[in-house]
Write a new protein. Structure first.
Length: 273
């Protein structure tokens, strides 16, 4: 069996293709990582085509991820090219037994490095793995235009952005009743952005990066992609309505509560009035 035939690789290829078609990945924008299960790691070991790379320091230590394997997009790779050549655009990395270094096991067949956001992804995997009892496996970062636009229109707080999204589409409180975290405008790929995001990820499954994009997590590709899509759709409605002259009415706090109650999810009450 070839690595590209493994379901966890096919799933990432599909996500990259779908994200590109949504218009969320100009040039080399965005990145995604997936934490393999023990079974998938065994499967991957049978599909290796090269010797392991050298160990490279991560710059951080993620002890609860020690020894784990991750599938990742490559630094500078374009999402639109992933389906054409997954073995050039993607890579498998293995973490060492202390969780402070990684080495390449597969992919990047024409050279290169894992995503420039590898450290942020690892810190956030570490936090979400702990927060979800091991369920969380996907970290997905994209640049959807409307969520970026919203960060110019609303106050940059968790409450203001979460409530603006909930007020704009009934699907929003159902899909992310916990809201979204928000961090200010920070240097892309920086360790400061990584730490700021991971503080938010202790409480939220997605974080808005002001004027930049969204970082979304989930137990599988569908859930993480679906969260990205739902946040972006609500932001799109908000921005469309704002640009059309502003809302005559919004979904009220009472209606948001009723929607959450109706589908049996716990809304973050302190964000409502
Ligand atoms: O170009 O999206 O945040 C990759 C990125 C950096
Ligand atoms: Zn980005």
């Amino acid at each position: 069996m070839k690595m590209t035939e493994c379901a966890f690789v096919e799933g990432m290829v599909r996500l990259c293709s779908d994200g590109w078609q949504q218009g969320w990945h100009e040039r080399n924008g965005g990145n995604v990582t997936y934490r393999l299960t023990a079974e998938e790691t065994e499967e991957a070991r049978h599909c290796l085509t090269r010797l392991p790379g050298e160990w490279v320091k991560l710059g951080i230590a993620v002890e609860n991820l020690a020894g784990e394997w991750f599938l990742a997009t490559g630094s500078g790779k374009f999402f639109r090219n992933v389906p054409l050549n997954p073995e050039d655009c993607l890579c498998l990395v293995e973490l060492n037994e202390t969780g402070d270094s990684y080495r390449l096991r597969w992919g990047l067949c024409n050279g290169g490095k894992p995503t420039s956001e590898l450290a942020p992804h690892m810190i956030n995997h570490s936090v979400r793995k702990a927060a979800t009892g091991g369920a969380c496996r996907v970290m997905y970062h994209a640049h959807p235009a409307h969520i970026v636009a919203l960060t110019f229109l609303e106050e940059l707080t968790d409450k203001a952005i979460s409530r603006a999204l909930w007020q704009s589409e009934t699907e929003a409180p159902m899909v992310f009743p916990g809201g979204v975290g928000v961090v200010g405008c920070m240097v892309p790929g920086s360790i400061d952005l990584a730490w700021a995001s991971s503080e938010k990820m202790k409480e939220y499954d997605s974080v808005v990066w002001a004027h930049h994009g969204l970082f979304a997590s989930g137990p599988d590709y569908d859930t993480a992609f679906g969260l990205m899509h739902t946040v972006e759709k609500a932001a799109q409605v908000r921005v469309l309505v704002t640009g059309a002259g502003g809302a005559k009415q919004l979904i009220t706090d009472e209606e948001i509560r009723a929607i959450a109650e109706g589908c049996g999810v716990q809304i973050r009450e302190e964000f409502l009035q």
